[in-house]
Design a protein around this ligand. Sequence first.
Ligand SMILES: [Mg+2]
Length: 213
Amino acid sequence: MSRFIVVCDVDSTLINDEVIDLLADAAGTRDAVAAITEKAMRGEIEFAESLAQRVGTLRGTSAKALDDVLGAVTVTNGARQLVHAVHEAGGYIIAVSGGFHEILDPIATQLGLDAWAANGLEVVDGAFTGRTYGPLIDAAAKANFLTSFAKKKRVPLSSTIAVGDGANDLAMMNIAGLSVGFCAKQAVREAANVNIDVRDLSLVAPFFGRRAS
Ligand SMILES: [Mg+2]
């Protein structure tokens, strides 16, 4: 593989956490959010609706919660090594998230990712409004983000690797040259070309012919 792209999901993939759950803890809405998440996982509501409902529970909560959440989030083992290995090999590494810019931006910058996309959490007068802003990042948008980045860099989709754990990652995994389930949910495990069951992202490196160290 010469030029290639690795695209990673964020929640439970690039990071160990689900940011919406941490935000819900801060807002005191963990149970409500868990109930909505379960409905979405049973396929009773679409991602857009579940995102709107979950973010809706944050309304009125101080946006200072973002600092606490950012402090609590942990980057997955091997992420730094993976970024280094991709760049050493002349590739690009990007992330796309159904979560939020406010958390992803500092993490992506620190890791040295080449591009990323996420939803925005609207804040007015220091508190969450319970709405998102900007383009909705759902499963289709994740796939589109990979497609347009690949086009911009003139990398064929056959030279892309998509890494994810959830249903929202299936569309981008379907169009990538290689799909990697990362400690993935059952439906994703079954659809993935290969699965990594250890929380160590450096294990993606052998798929583009490198050993991360
Ligand atoms: Mg995920």
